[in-house]
Design a protein around this ligand. Structure first.
Ligand SMILES: [Zn+2]
Length: 84
């Protein structure tokens, strides 16, 4: 029985390109008017913009029906928006 050598694979150093967020402060949640971080493009090509809260809330129903689902809620963690 050969001893199992730990195979140390050196993963390629994947440079982390800075994520470009396309949602801006001008994008507002259709439901509550808060800043939107989720954009759902429907088959009718109409777009729904939702805040992180409503994006999560409607994801289960909207996402399967959406043509495209853009989720930039992680921008919430990047930009330390201090909301009063
Ligand atoms: Zn909302």
């Amino acid at each position: 029985m050969g001893s199992h050598m730990a195979i140390t694979e050196t993963p390629e150093q994947v440079a982390n390109p800075p994520r470009i967020y396309t949602m801006t402060a001008a994008d507002r949640c259709d439901q509550c008017g808060a800043r939107a971080y989720v954009r759902a493009t429907m088959h009718s090509l109409s777009e729904l913009t939702l805040c992180g809260h409503h994006g999560r809330e409607h994801e289960a129903t909207l996402r399967p029906a959406a043509l495209d689902w853009l989720d930039e809620t992680e921008a919430l963690n990047v930009r330390l928006d201090v909301s009063p």
